[in-house]
Design a protein around this ligand. Sequence first.
Ligand code: THU
Length: 138
Amino acid sequence: MADEARMQQLAEAARAARARAYAPYSRFAVGAALLDEQGRIHAGCNVENAAYPQGLCAEAVALGALVLAGGTRVRAAVVCGEAPAPVTPCGGCRQKLREFAADDTPVWSADGAQFTARHTLGALLPAGFGPDHLGDPR
Ligand code: THU
């Protein structure tokens, strides 16, 4: 797991990404930042679409950036949003993270000022389906 200082940097990257969100329909801006196996940070924001279901979550965009940069694993994640309750990844994004992260990978929520929740991926997606079910062909 990343140290506290790195998690703070991850949160700052998620906040900066959130500022770039394209969310004219929901008006709900989200930023995500992922720490890869090389210690690098990859960020993403939500990108909505007039055809609503075609919108992209911040986590999905960040995962695309990680893969594009040659990353193969997610060691930690931060999701940043402003809401009455901590913003955690949606169900689909929990599954997307599952592809590159382990049950004990920290997935933290943050707002503009602080961390608001700390989970593991395994807690967010218990008994999840993953590459291992397919014989892990990677
Ligand atoms: N959203 C994310 O980007 N990530 C989350 O973890 C929760 C939801 C986006 C999707 C949509 O653009 C907006 O937030 C409202 O659901």
